[in-house]
Structures are given as structure tokens and as C-alpha cells.
Design a protein around this ligand. Structure first.
Ligand SMILES: Cc1ncc(COP(=O)(O)O)c(C=O)c1O
Length: 300
């Protein structure tokens, strides 16, 4: 794998980030995961907009330059033989740092950040998840992402623990909820429920990531004339819903067929989820044009 690190293209095994990097020491940094369709990045502006907002929130002076990131993505596609393939690109910006000031608290803007990017083809399981749906585990305590869950920061230990716990329970994803049993988000996704023809998804004000895909699903629902509320959704609401689905840039839309072992909507993906999967893919195709947006084996 060839990666990008601070202006250079390197073999992944040779790429090194410093011992005093704030990302390594404190999780002081932010990231984006961008989906590529047939070697082309989707919703780059949306991701770079969120990245810029998150960098500002953490007092980074550095901002992504659209043309430069486009060039890095194209170069990584080329150097990794990913043209025409579906992939995901991870872009990370962390504090940098030096032994002279291991915990910088002031003058943050003048510190050169560490900027890296790498990409890999999509895993083989995704098409089956999208087609057949997945089981999810509800995780109640100790799995929320820190004090600033709206920032896609490098503090993802709760997420890693949640995913491990979900897999231990034989589930593909976790649903994280608060102390009052209100759903927040998946470990690495946002969540929607469908009941009586209405969509509902937890509001950002509850403390969750404003997913790019969540925003695009809300737009797609509006185009389809499906009412959608940003409102509290409890675990009981999800278990009793007609349909539940997860969404994220890489996952797109993945039906949920069981919540904590309780089948949702008869245990099979439902019609509203299917319509949204199709509408989302149409949106990708319209945005990228020219035949992109239809990975083999995934719903068209
Ligand atoms: C905690 C969390 N919520 C939601 C999402 C979905 O975000 P997006 O649609 O921007 O990929 C992610 C993506 O990784 C995530 O980590």
C-alpha cells in the first residue's frame, strides 16, 4: 500500500508518525473516511466541509485545500491500482508535536500538523450486509464518544470497544444509547427507524456525529416524499419499528434485521429501506455521473 504523509508518497511500511504527535499521545486530531466509487471520491465537498469545521473547533490553523486533496486522492488511486474500484479513503489530520512541548496548550495554530491519507478496497462483507441486513447489539453504558461527539476526532476508543463487544455478541454493529435508553448512533454509523411510513432519526442535539450520509438520507427521503423527523428514538421504538437501518459513507444504507436478538419487521429488510438504498445510489450516480456508483454485487 502506498500512503500519503506530510507531502510525500511512501510505502505504508516505511511511513512513520512521531512519538510526540498529539494524535498519538492524546487523540488530538480529526479524520474523515471518504467513499470512492469506481475510483472517484463521493461527496468530497461535504467531507472537507466537516473536516474544516472540526479543525476549527480544535484550534487547528490548517485547512484542507480542495484541489490538493483531490490530487492526493487521485494519486493514491493511481499508485494503489484502485482506478475503477470501490474503496475507502481515510484522511487524518493530527496535532504534530515535539519533545520541546509535549502537551502544547497555546500557539496551537503555529504547530505544523501531521496530514496523512491512505485507501483500501472495500471489504467483501458489505454487499451481503446491504442485501440481507445485519443484527445489532444495544450498548448502554461506557460506549459513548467523549465530550464532543459531534467532532470526528481521533478519540475513538469507545467506538473500538463497542465494535468489539458487538462482534463478541455475534452482531455487525452496535447501537449506542444514553442513560434514558434513547438511541444516539451506531458505533460507526447513524441510525433511522421507520414506523407507519415515517422516518425518525435521533437529533444531533443529543450528542452524536452529524453523518454526511445521515444528511443525504434526509434529503433523499424528502425527494421521495417520505416524512422524516429528527426526534428521540428509544430502544423500544427501534425494536417495535417496521424497519431500522444504519447509514455511513462506506456502508451507505444497511438494513437492521434484529435489535438485541429481537427481529425487526419480520427479520428481513423492508420496502422503505430498499427505496432509500436505490435513491441513495441514484444520488451517487447523479453526483459522479458517467457510470460510477454501481459496485458489483450491491443493490443497484
Ligand atoms: C460515530 C459515527 N457516527 C456516524 C458515522 C457516519 O458518518 P458519515 O455518514 O459521515 O460517514 C460515523 C462514520 O464513521 C461514525 O464514526
Amino acid at each position: 500500500m502506498i500512503v500519503f504523509l506530510n507531502g510525500k508518497y511512501l510505502d505504508a511500511r516505511e511511513a512513520r508518525v512521531g512519538l510526540f504527535d498529539g494524535g498519538y499521545l492524546y487523540g488530538d486530531g480529526v479524520f474523515e473516511t471518504i467513499r470512492l466509487y469506481a475510483g472517484r471520491p463521493f461527496d468530497l465537498d461535504g467531507h472537507l466541509g466537516r473536516l474544516a469545521d472540526n479543525l476549527a473547533a480544535l484550534d487547528f490553523a490548517w485547512r484542507p485545500d480542495r484541489a490538493a486533496v483531490t490530487e492526493i486522492v487521485a494519486e493514491l488511486v493511481r499508485r494503489n491500482g484502485l482506478s475503477g474500484r470501490d474503496a475507502r479513503c481515510r484522511l487524518t489530520v493530527s496535532r504534530g508535536g515535539s519533545p520541546d512541548d509535549p502537551l502544547p496548550l497555546a500557539g496551537l495554530g503555529s504547530l505544523p500538523p501531521t496530514v496523512s491519507a491512505w485507501m483500501e478496497p472495500l471489504g467483501p462483507h458489505l454487499a451481503a450486509w446491504q442485501r440481507d441486513g445485519v443484527a445489532v447489539a444495544v450498548l448502554r453504558e461506557g460506549f459513548r464518544r467523549g465530550n464532543s461527539p459531534g467532532i470526528k476526532s481521533l478519540n475513538y476508543l469507545p467506538t473500538v470497544l463497542a465494535l468489539r463487544e458487538a462482534r463478541r455478541r455475534g452482531c455487525a454493529e452496535a447501537l449506542i444509547c444514553d442513560e434514558r435508553d434513547r438511541l444516539l448512533e451506531g458505533a460507526t454509523s447513524n441510525v433511522f427507524v421507520v414506523a407507519a411510513g415515517r422516518l425518525a432519526t435521533p437529533p444531533l442535539s443529543r450528542g452524536l456525529l452529524g453523518g454526511r450520509t445521515r444528511a443525504l438520507v434526509i434529503e433523499a427521503a424528502a425527494r421521495l416524499g417520505l416524512p422524516c423527523d429528527e426526534t428521540d428514538v428509544t430502544v423500544a421504538d427501534a425494536a417495535g419499528a417496521d424497519e431500522v437501518f444504519l447509514c455511513g459513507s462506506v456502508k451507505e444504507i444497511v438494513p437492521v434485521t434484529a435489535v438485541d436478538g429481537v427481529p425487526v419487521g419480520g427479520g428481513a429488510p423492508g420496502p422503505v429501506t430498499r427505496r432509500l438504498q436505490e435513491a441513495y445510489r441514484r444520488g451517487v450516480r447523479d453526483s459522479l455521473g458517467g457510470g460510477a456508483g454501481g459496485p458489483a454485487g450491491a443493490p443497484a
